[in-house]
Design a protein around this ligand. Structure first.
Ligand code: UD1
Length: 405
């Protein structure tokens, strides 16, 4: 494979910016919003709460006037990120009701950090059957909150709850993912007073109300990483365009250690696979560590490295479900607890595969591209949650891939 591929807006930023709009009033415009099903589901969530959403090309207009705080169960169950409405709605309305969330099947994903943060800000939370009911009839108040783990979603949820709370909120041991800085910039453009995103301590000074804002969603570092790994795994050379290379450092360091040549030029990253890929040892960790969302694709790449690679997953506790499918292609991968050892290189052979979740699906696509013969990947709806125009973009790089009904 070779050529250039344009990277779209970040799913994990766009979803949160959409939710953040619930904190303001008036007409918002988001640009560079990716056309993926998670974004469409979030648009439905916003509409169910009373907002009006128009989504054309990569531009989304959101109009927020009167809101209500009860989210429909089927939407929350299909996408965990829907719980992000808790903070903003509690702040705006003083109450919110959400069903317990669903989303990718990649392990237990409790909400304790979100809920304990909201409770420390004065919310009372009860479980009513399958629904969480949170109330703060007299409003939320600022608090000094220390997270037991730097959860991305909880950091954003508490940030959003705090922008309209009385007084100052401090989040310690906050997640440092770049998408959180995007949320901070958007909130501040609406009139909020947030500092520290990207570091372990975020400070939020509550304000009386927020207006509206226009914003351009940052590039998707996970989409970019997936294409870089597809190029590497297939022994190709190519360029991902419109990215922020500094957000991809953990991946770039890893692929350099595998012998790949990397060239960074402004907002473009080029990769050229070496003749002989070297194996690696990696551990997934919160940012700036190696991202768990690239773990499955990295394991797909390891099947073509000469020797034994090892990858330890520390962020999610059940993120190796796709190994069964990878083995059907011929991969030699042994899992022990949270560690997988991959022996390469193996000649992969195309076969029928089932994508079980979003990034697992991406890994199967990467491995199938490196395999001899044809693969048929079922479960493409999981891949569509997070990859815009995957088959068009991969075809542009020389892959033979098409969608079949
Ligand atoms: C976000 C990303 C997801 C990414 C993940 C980690 C979005 C929409 N999704 O998910 O793509 O893989 O960050 O980078 O932005 N946890 C708790 N209690 C909590 C919250 C989380 O124990 O209250 C645990 C989870 O079970 C998980 C770990 O913390 O094991 C990381 O979760 P978190 O950082 O919250 O991920 P998400 O925000 O769900």
């Amino acid at each position: 494979m070779q050529g250039e591929v344009q990277i779209g807006g970040a799913k994990n930023s766009a979803l949160k910016l959409m939710v953040a709009a619930l904190l303001g009033q008036g007409a918002f415009c988001l640009e560079n919003v990716p056309h993926i099903t998670d974004v469409c589901t979030m648009a439905e969530v916003l509409e169910s709460l009373g907002a009006r959403v128009r989504f054309n090309a990569q531009r989304m207009e959101i109009e927020v006037n009167a809101l209500q705080g009860r989210t429909p169960e089927h939407l929350v169950k299909s996408m965990r990120a829907s719980v992000q409405v808790m903070g903003p709605l509690l702040a705006r309305l003083g109450w919110v009701e959400v069903a317990l969330p669903g989303g990718c099947a990649i392990g237990r994903r409790p909400l304790d950090i979100h809920l304990s943060g909201l409770q420390q800000m004065g919310a009372s939370i009860a479980l009513n059957g399958e629904r969480l009911v949170a109330r703060a009839p007299r409003g939320l108040r600022g608090a000094d909150i220390t997270f037991r783990y730097p959860s991305v979603g909880a950091t954003e949820n508490i940030m959003m709850a705090a922008v309209l709370a009385k007084g100052e909120t401090v989040i310690r041991n906050a997640a440092r993912e770049p998408e959180i800085a995007d949320v901070q910039a958007f909130l501040n453009a609406m009139g909020a007073r947030v500092t520290g995103a990207g570091t372990e301590v975020i400070r939020i000074e509550g304000v009386g109300e927020l207006g509206c804002a226009n914003f351009v969603v940052m590039p998707d570092r996970i989409e970019a990483g997936t294409y870089l790994l597809a190029l590497l795994t297939t022994g190709g050379a190519g360029t991902v365009c419109s990215v922020r290379p500094e957000h991809l450092s953990p991946l770039l360091n890893a692929v350099r250690s595998m012998g790949a040549e990397i060239a960074v030029d402004g907002d473009r990253i080029s990769v050229a696979a070496p003749k002989r890929l070297r194996p690696f040892g990696l551990v997934t960790r919160p940012y700036p560590g190696f991202p768990t969302d690239l773990q499955p694709q990295m394991v797909a790449a390891a099947t073509q490295a000469h020797g034994r690679s090892e990858l330890r997953e520390t962020v999610f506790d059940q993120r190796f479900g796709y190994l069964t499918e990878l083995r059907k292609l011929g991969a030699v991968a042994r899992q022990k607890g949270q560690v997988v050892a991959i022996h390469g290189p193996t000649k992969l052979h195309g076969t029928r595969l089932e994508a079980g979740d979003l990034r697992a699906g991406a890994a199967l696509v990467v491995a199938a591209l490196a395999a001899e013969g044809q693969s048929l990947i079922h479960g493409s709806q999981h891949i569509d949650r997070g990859y815009e125009a995957l088959e068009r973009k991969l075809s542009g790089l020389g892959a033979r891939i098409r969608r079949v009904e």
